[in-house]
Design a protein around this ligand. Structure first.
Ligand code: FEO
Ligand code: CA
Ligand code: CA
Ligand code: CA
Length: 740
């Protein structure tokens, strides 16, 4: 499902040029470093940095023999060609099997999936949800009873179900003309609610992997499951609902996109595009300026029935406990104990699940801030140092955040489950990133004690308010609006942080702001172009890369460059678009999923969620062996057609990483029609990877559900079947490392 924030536009190719000019003007690393250090020295007063910190960066950057991740591993497969066929393509010498498809039962009592819309709403509490997304593998011991993180043959797979493709969940009769109606059939709402959330399933390898339907660990969390609110905003007035008069609990986790893990063996599932699900009145009808500002910044100013109309069951909410009314955040009662005006404040969090504790309620970690969470990836845990997470907020012009725990890591907490989560994730500092034109950057803490935050026109009441409305706090401290921050990843060898910026149709457009967020070009978001096919702005996306000062993840300053810029075939010769020297074997558009193998240090996987290059190729996954910040060159990006600039050149200086080559970036997989590739994990030996194929056939139009010949995709079941989001497992036929 594409909503207003994730929508792309179809386009078509137009020609191709030489790539060699991309290398012109390259500077070696020492020259770049020298140039950048002198720029920084000029500016150091305004950043409050000491010269010593530049030198320590320089030493770390120049002498870091460990940081080129080439080590013993090299990419050994043949690049997979781009293409538009309705199949899943991987390199020769590799095999994939399907493991877990939309609707597959997780126990032996639930019938096989009919996949024709007749499967009941209640059964979806025991079936795979839809739109498989982020996931992680947690080893079980050989008896299947306890944690053993090293076991490559038996484990628990935790998996997000981000969203639904409505027409594939209901019968032909139900999704006829006029679907969905403004008033929704209760059983349809229930099915859609249960198709969201998270799966925990035990997987066992016997030859290939399969789901152990007898496992006592198997369970679903849905958009109706009980959740604990935890951390500084739990119990705040803004969290009070009729469901929890003390504001310490809520129902449901929603639009679970990317993910993370913890050093204590738990799963983090992250709530992204939750805002659109709520029914609401216009912000003008809210009772205070604060409520209006908060709704405008997070949800929008207009009235809405919510994306799926879950607040409008036929005949009204007769559940007796607000099961449907909770999707209506309009002010209908006297206060927050009498309506669900605060329900949206209980969404938008990082949610911790202990895979090994089936009876435990997930904890929403409010110290990590509320926004359109994409993922939460940790820096390597070091005894005696804080636990640190990097997080993106995926909307046009939103920010990159990090969380630094107050408590320092103790290895004795490695088996503490949610109790360790309480210790490290309920008490810490939330920071937001500002990227400077000279290649440096700062992390600013979002704290009610900050003068700018305390003085904000919004009128923050306390730190809980800052966390619930951290976008507004980030606005006033001058965070840099980015081109839709998606997944984050921390390179296990260099410690550098990678963030995919998928695309931004707003970037560089006429006028300077959208909703108060800058649309101007800047060094970290330097591209505006028109692809000639209806797409403008940063059409193909890029990946920014950060090195913390002194390699300290708690640092408040950093340096950065752009690791890769996406580009299509027809831009190969344009050195202001194809800034990374991409070729046919490795070009891509709209990077989204990004994940570092833990078994093969330095091996990175990139996945796309694209709509700009889909005239040429379905979405894809690539393998990469990235270098490090500063391994490329300073670039001048000519943005020749920026509308705000009346067509004149608006050149921007930026920093491009070393050009990609087939040795450092190579296409590994191309998915079936209408899918997004998102979510990846591995067995601890790196010899099997799990990959999610989300919403194949997404572009099948409403009204053709009764005519399967018109389906865009029938993957994976083939024939005339409805398509299904699916987890696949990929192994190498000779038993080797994936990617080798
Ligand atoms: Fe769920 Fe931003 O992708
Ligand atoms: Ca999607
Ligand atoms: Ca194109
Ligand atoms: Ca995503």
């Amino acid at each position: 499902m594409s909503d207003a924030l994730t929508k792309h536009h179809p386009d078509s190719p137009n020609g191709c040029d030489d790539v060699s000019r991309n290398d012109s003007g390259n500077l070696d690393f020492a020259s770049v470093l020298e140039a950048r250090l002198s720029r920084r020295n000029l500016l150091k007063g305004s950043f409050g940095l000491a010269a010593g910190s530049f030198m320590s960066f320089g030493l770390a950057g120049c002498n870091d023999s460990k940081s080129e991740s080439s080590n013993a591993f090299s990419l050994g497969f043949s690049a997979v060609a781009k293409g538009l066929t309705d199949e899943l393509r991987i390199p020769g010498g590799y095999t994939f099997t399907t493991l877990y498809r939309l609707g597959d039962p997780i126990n032996t009592l639930t019938p096989s999936y009919a996949n024709d819309g007749t499967d009941t709403a209640a059964s979806f509490q025991f079936r795979a949800g839809d739109h498989h997304d982020g996931m992680a593998y947690f080893g079980l011991n050989s008896s299947g009873l306890a944690k053993d993180l090293s076991n490559v043959g038996r484990g628990l797979l935790c998996m997000n179900h981000e969203n639904i493709t409505q027409i594939f969940l209901h019968t032909v009769a139900e999704v006829g003309a006029g679907f969905p109606t403004a008033s929704r059939v209760v059983s349809q709402i229930d099915k859609e609610v249960h198709a969201h959330g998270v799966s925990v399933i035990e997987v066992v390898r016997s030859g290939s992997f399969s789901v152990n339907k007898l496992s006592g660990f198997n369970r679903r969390y849905t958009a109706a499951s009980d959740m604990t609110l935890s951390g500084p905003a739990a119990g705040d007035d803004l969290m009070v609902t009729p469901y929890s008069l003390t504001g310490v609990a809520t129902r449901g986790t929603l639009n679970n996109c990317a993910n993370g893990t913890t050093p204590w063996g738990t799963y983090l599932t992250c709530e992204e595009n939750w805002a659109g699900y709520f029914k609401r009145q216009t912000s003008a009808s809210l009772s205070s300026a604060k409520e209006t500002a908060a709704q405008n910044r997070y949800i929008g100013s207009g009235a809405s029935n919510g994306s799926y109309g879950w607040a409008n069951p036929t005949g009204g909410d007769t559940s007796g406990n607000g099961l449907y009314d909770r999707w209506n955040i309009s002010q209908t009662g006297a206060d927050a104990t009498a309506d669900y005006r605060n329900a949206a404040n209980t969404m938008g969090w990082v949610v911790e699940i202990d895979p090994y504790a089936p009876a435990s309620a997930p904890h929403k970690r409010t110290a990590m801030g509320r926004f359109g969470h994409e993922g939460a990836q940790p820096a390597k845990a070091v005894v005696g140092k804080p636990i640190v997470y990097y997080m993106g907020d995926d909307s046009r012009g939103e920010y990159i955040y990090k969380y630094v725990s107050t408590q320092n890591w103790s290895a004795s907490d490695a088996n503490g489950g949610l109790t360790s989560g309480d210790k490290y994730l309920d008490d810490g500092k939330l920071y937001v990133a500002t990227f400077a034109a000279n290649g440096s950057g700062t992390w600013t803490e979002l704290n009610i004690a900050d003068a700018a935050i305390a003085a904000a026109a919004y009128g923050f009441a306390d730190q809980a308010d800052v966390l619930i409305n951290c976008r507004i706090a980030a606005d006033v401290v001058g965070a840099t609006p980015m081109d839709r921050p998606e997944w984050t990843g921390v390179h296990p060898v260099t410690g550098e942080i990678y963030v995919t910026l998928t695309n931004n149709s707003d970037r560089g457009k006429t006028g300077t702001t959208t909703g108060g967020k800058s649309r101007a070009l800047d060094a970290a978001n330097p591209r505006y172009y028109n692809d000639g096919e209806g797409n403008t702005g940063n059409v193909n996306g890029h990946i920014v890369r950060i090195r913390e000062t002194g390699d300290d993840h708690a640092a408040t300053t950093f340096t950065w460059d752009v690791y890769l810029f996406g580009a299509e075939d027809d831009q190969f010769g344009n050195t202001s678009i194809n800034l990374s020297g991409l070729t046919d074997d490795n070009n891509f558009s709209s990077p989204d999923g990004l994940w570092f193998s833990q078994a093969v240090p330095g091996l990175m996987w990139l996945q796309t969620d694209d709509g700009a290059y889909t005239d040429v190729t379905n979405c894809m996954m690539l393998a990469a062996l990235p270098g490090k910040v500063g391994d490329g060159r300073t670039v001048t990006v000519d943005n020749l057609a920026v509308p705000a600039n009346a067509g004149a050149d608006q050149s921007v200086t930026s920093y491009a990483g070393k050009n990609a080559t087939p040795a450092t970036l190579r296409r590994f997989l191309v998915g079936p029609k209408g899918c997004e590739i998102t979510g990846i994990t591995e067995t601890p030996d790196g010899k099997a990877i799990f990959v999610n194929i989300q919403h194949p056939g997404e572009n099948t139009g409403a009204g053709v559900i009764g005519t399967p010949a018109s389906f865009e995709s029938h993957w994976p079941d083939g024939g005339s079947a409805r398509p299904r989001s699916t987890t696949i497992v990929i192994t190498k036929d000779n038993g080797g490392l994936i990617g080798s």
